[in-house]
Design a protein around this ligand. Structure first.
Ligand code: ADP
Ligand code: ZN
Length: 427
């Protein structure tokens, strides 16, 4: 295979770590000057922190910059952190609000090209070639998923089938009729696809690549889907604040971590409490800096996502960009029950290890007088009992949540991000 079939941008995807760091350093210096010159809110913030644009030396000075959070977006809603005049904005997206804060991301022409480039690198990394039919199943709207996959697919030369979300029977018929090779979706939607395929008695042998993101992708879920659909499953990462799906990156065919496009983003992993930068290999909260975006480049944005740096070595796929671990969860999703800390993703991993368990479940977290109790509702085939679930979760998580098993099809299905965690306060 020639390089162009393996990579979208071979020179940039395989540049040495030394070259990457030099480029990041230059870009960071330039970006700090740029935002201070073009945005009053950020200029004020940095000036108060003692930062002088001309003296800022790059990565070695990064800890002098205050960390930004969703609160800064809220404070400046709608466009108070934008660095370009409004007449240069060509598109906008807004977060789905999983955490309740509206985050608006404006894009210039250059930003749309940057998004398309990052996304196209991901497609090529998964093995998507020119002309490959892709069904884009996230919503086309304010949520960045649909349009992000679209912009990237255009750049990568794919055959776009923009089905958007929902109407599962039609999705399956179209995949059969057009020999769709790639599915782009929110991972929890695949459970629904599989159920409906079985009902319709349709198999999809042309399907080879699944590009899934927007929510935690556990190993157990990945294995389940690749075994059932015979596709290679990829975990794509991005968020509204960095410019949308795929801007950060994806895992390659080696599935040994998520490659993050370091010529576009600078990463730090920090202690969620002290905000001190942690060494590679240690899990903490991911802080991201956009090095190339124009309209609203976030600098040191605290994502709330927990992960660690896995490797900066050249990967088996030939890429040199850093690899991070799959996202373990969001800091605000961490649950503490009887002194044990855990994330919803750990519950999912444990549940899917039980034979006969389906793909839908809910974690109900009940708080009474400051004491937390967990109740798990899970769909499963006949023969799986509440006791089986409780026993397995006890072994894997170290405490015993109440387990309730219900027939497949009982829990509500959603087309967007799955709602797995429900918090209730009892009095
Ligand atoms: P919202 O914040 O409203 O959910 P976004 O689309 O901006 O809308 O969501 C971005 C967030 O979604 C990330 O910060 C992360 O928590 C989660 N996310 C996105 N992709 C993945 C992924 N591949 N694995 C785990 N979590 C992901
Ligand atoms: Zn790789």
């Amino acid at each position: 295979m020639s390089g162009s079939e393996l990579y979208f941008n071979p020179d940039l995807e395989t540049m040495s770590q030394d070259e990457i760091v030099a480029l990041q350093n230059e870009r960071l210096k330039e970006k700090v000057r740029y935002v201070m010159a073009n945005n009053a809110y950020l200029r004020d913030l940095y000036t108060k922190a003692g930062v002088v644009a001309e003296d800022f030396r790059g990565i070695e000075d990064i800890e002098k910059l205050p960390i930004l959070a969703k609160a800064n977006f809220r404070e400046t809603y709608p466009l108070g952190m934008c660095c370009v005049p409004k007449n240069l904005i060509r598109e906008m997206h807004m977060s789905s609000g999983s955490t309740g804060t509206p985050v608006v991301m404006p894009y210039t022409i250059a930003d749309l090209e940057q998004w398309a480039e990052c996304m196209a690198r991901c497609y090529r990394m998964a093995g998507a070639m020119e002309g490959d039919p892709i069904q884009i199943m996230p919503t086309f709207g304010l949520f960045n998923g649909g349009f992000g996959m679209y912009h990237g697919a255009r750049a990568a030369g794919l055959f776009v089938i923009p089905t958007g979300s929902g109407n599962t029977e039609r999705q399956i018929r179209m995949a059969r009729d057009f020999n769709t090779r790639i599915f782009g979706a929110v991972i929890s939607y695949t459970g629904r696809l599989i159920e409906v395929m079985e009902k319709m008695n349709i198999e999809l042998p042309s399907l080879k690549i699944g590009i899934f993101g927007a929510e935690t992708v556990t190993k157990a879920m990945t294995e389940k889907i690749s075994a059932r659909l015979g596709m290679d499953v990829f975990n794509i990462y991005g968020m509204t604040e960095t410019g949308g799906v795929g801007t950060l990156g994806m895992d390659c065919k080696d599935h040994s971590g998520i490659h993050v496009w370091e010529d576009h983003y600078y990463l730090e992993v920090v202690d969620p409490v002290t905000k001190k930068v942690l060494p590679d290999g240690q899990e903490g909260e991911l802080v991201v800096t956009s090095l190339t975006r124009e309209a609203l480049p976030v600098i040191r944005f605290k994502t709330g996502d927990l992960t660690k740096i896995i490797s900066r070595e050249k990967c088996a796929c030939g890429r040199t960009h850093v690899k991070i671990d799959q996202i373990a969860g969001r800091t605000d999703d961490m649950l503490i029950v009887k002194g044990v800390n855990f994330f919803p993703s750990q519950v999912e991993q444990a549940l899917f290890e039980i034979p006969g368990v389906g793909s839908e479940y809910q974690i109900i977290m009940e708080e009474k007088d400051g004491v937390n109790d967990v109740h798990i509702l899970v769909e499963a085939e006949e023969g799986v009992t509440g006791y089986t679930v409780e026993k397995h979760l006890k072994e894997r998580l170290g405490f015993s949540p109440k387990g309730d098993v219900m027939p497949i099809g009982s829990l509500p299905r959603v087309d967007g991000k799955a709602v797995r965690l429900i918090r209730k306060k009892l009095d």
